[in-house]
Ligand binder design. Structure first.
Ligand code: PMP
Length: 406
């Protein structure tokens, strides 16, 4: 138990006070995107009202204010994930963009015919497709670590698949569809013993847990602001400086250059080498505020509260006849994918929506997981620290109503 007033905390999220379809909103689609607290919304508005200008270029004062506000996110993120250097924090537009950056920059430089890229059976499409694209270009092939019926990686198979052909291991830290928290420490250690770099897709881990990239020793760590109470259009690629320094830029344009002539262009230093063009400035400013907000609550408190809500929800849902939870790993984040006997997940989601309950249905951008479990999709309740027991009770009642309806 934490001694935080979670109801006061919840009250800071204005959208949670609205109604949907005539019912108070129960927002349980946090895995898709989380909500922003008032102070982040206010910070973004204040930026637009008072501080907006382009960044990194103006000699005038307003441009300097905008640059400072925008660069503050880099400093805060560095501390938040405990990166060694500020220039190891690369701004992107999200997890998808971060992974594409590594695949196109690192992958095109290093992969060749016969090389292998090792993924897991529970990757989001964002950590599959970019690797397939670079595999196609370079002649590398994709290998997949399988999982159990509970949704846990078969670690013996991982160790057997790791070979001197492996040139990259890319794994999801927390599965958005199953909730599984993967043993990334063991994966990183074993990969490093063979000098293989590891990219961790942290999209669902950063909102729910304390992340320390130095302790993990991850080579690359990717995440999105909008899944952790920040704005859309903004994300982070953490990369070890030694690796980022020798990687070529992924996109060309303004800001990422040192000197341009028609004959030859030289690159700017880190982190700007990877940040071409005018970025989503207000989103970065808002994300700096988000990190301060999360730091004040404490990620360890958030993790504890979400574990409490997960346990409560798992118990409630398991009491419902004909409900099956997909993803029952021992080490799980606050995501519950479920199926109702004889009812299509889309139909269940539609009826829940009529009751003001927002869950996601479908394949959750993880089609290979659905194939693995031979199901068309699931309904997914993904819980945040600003949810409460009443939300879970409303979900359980809603599901019972769905069952009566069909
Ligand atoms: N990986 C995982 C595990 C995710 O849950 C998501 C978002 N659903 C992504 C990657 C992609 O994130 P984004 O759409 O913000 O780029």
């Amino acid at each position: 138990k934490t001694n935080i007033n979670w109801e006061a905390n919840r009250a800071q999220f204005p959208v949670l006070q609205r109604e949907v379809n005539g019912q108070p909103l129960v927002y349980l689609d946090n895995g898709a995107s989380s909500q922003m607290p008032q102070r982040v919304i206010d910070r973004i508005n204040a930026y637009h009202a008072n501080e907006h200008s382009n960044v990194h270029r103006g000699i005038h004062s307003l441009s300097q204010y905008a640059t400072d506000a925008y660069e503050l996110a880099r400093k805060r993120v560095q501390k938040f994930i405990n990166a060694r250097y500020e220039e190891e924090i690369i701004y992107t537009t999200g997890t998808t963009d971060s992974i594409n950056l590594v695949a196109q920059s690192y992958g095109r430089k290093h992969f060749k015919e016969g090389d292998e890229i090792l993924l897991t059976a529970m990757e989001h499409h964002a950590n599959i497709v970019p690797w397939q694209m670079v595999a196609e270009l370079t002649g590398a092939t994709i290998k997949v670590i399988p999982m159990t019926d509970e949704g846990e990686l078969l670690m013996d198979e991982f160790h057997a698949l790791l070979s001197n052909k492996t040139k990259m291991v890319a794994v999801v830290h927390v599965s958005n569809a199953l909730g599984t928290i993967n043993p990334v420490e063991e994966i990183i250690e074993a990969s490093h013993a063979k000098d293989i770099p590891v990219l961790v897709d942290g999209a669902q881990a950063t909102p729910h847990s304390v992340i320390d990239v130095q302790e993990l020793d991850a080579d690359f760590y990717a995440f999105s602001a909008h899944k952790m109470c920040g704005p859309t259009g903004f994300g982070i690629l953490y990369g070890k400086k030694e690796l980022l320094n020798e990687m070529p830029p992924y996109r060309g344009g303004g800001d990422m250059i040192d000197k341009v002539t028609f004959e030859k262009t030289t690159w700017n230093d880190l982190p700007h080498k990877f940040e071409a063009g005018t970025p989503p400035i207000s989103a970065g400013v808002g994300f700096a505020e988000t990190i301060a907000f999360l730091d004040e609550i404490g990620m360890e408190n958030i993790a504890a509260r979400e574990q409490e809500l997960l346990d409560y929800a798992t118990e409630k849902l398991n009491e419902i006849d004909g409900l099956r939870i997909v993803g029952t790993a021992r080490n799980k984040a606050s995501v519950i994918s479920f199926l109702l006997e004889g009812i299509h997940p889309t139909d269940a989601g539609t009826i829940l929506d009529q009751k003001g309950i927002a869950v996601r249905t479908g394949h959750h951008c993880t089609q290979p997981i659905m194939d693995r479990f031979k199901i068309p999709g699931t309904a997914r309740a993904s819980i945040s620290f600003y949810n409460n027991e009443e939300d879970i009770d409303r979900l359980a009642e809603g599901i019972k109503y769905v069952k009566e309806f069909f």
